[in-house]
Design a protein. Sequence first.
Length: 328
Amino acid sequence: MQNKTRQPRTLREYITLFLTGIGMGAADSVPGVSGGTVAFVRGIYADLLNAIKSVNVDLLKLVLKLDFKGIMNHVPWRFLITLGAGILTAIFTLARLVSYLMENQRVFLFAFFFGLVMASAVAVGGKLKKWSILNIVALLAGAAAAFIIVGMIPAERDHQPLTLFLSGFVAIMAMILPGISGSSILLILGQYEYILNSVRDFNLLPVAILGLGCVFGIMIFSRILSWLLNRYPQVTIAVLIGFVIGSLRAVWPWQSESTVTVEGIAETVRTAVMPEFASGEFVIALVICLIGFLIVTLIDHLESHDNPLLRLVWKPHRAEYVHPAEQN
């Protein structure tokens, strides 16, 4: 795994990174889809972890010394600002659209994201060098963990500052992991709808408190994950692939609704059901799913030139690409 963040240099690289940020922000706006998956497939996962890790004790020393030149050299600002701008743009511009589609076109929205996540699982799977017994067990464990987590019954919680902070602290761990969605964690913690409505209505105080929890959570968790990728890269990648596969449960388009009572409070629980294969809805959803699958597959191959599905028929005449998560 590389130890230094690759900074954008050309206009094309800035635009590509900004669009990646939009993809990450859009993904994390929907329960079941992870922005970490977008970062992983786009080949900036290691860059993202290293950029986060640059916020450390050395940076604090530079700040205390008022060494502005050192601060600018220590933190990959161009990378973080460009990516962050894309993420924030997606969150604040897509909140209303996502909210509308969740309420009115849930089947088609989830069909699209099911295709995206499924293609992500294939793309990330291509980064695994060896399918050993240990890696297979790690993949199955990751898939089982994600499957169980996204199927948990949402809890009814208060929206006090401490609760929001802790929710952000936990959710950011999922947001940075490929597969497990931070939005799913917020849904389980009973904060998703509240935060989505706060973003939509520009009620920024709850969002800021949640964001502060995210900052602390990501600073701690990114170091743990980076250490694992450095020491046990193949097993860690296998677990991440499992997370992506297990998270498909959250975005299965066809779900039935039932009501359960949790601590005296009625909660809506959705259970996966089989679609009506002869219906027009199924045909449209299938087409949308395939579109989502092709989008991720094409983007991955254009980035890595090594997508498991396309490398057999499309081999660009360029040097072999080494995914950042595989670099030593």
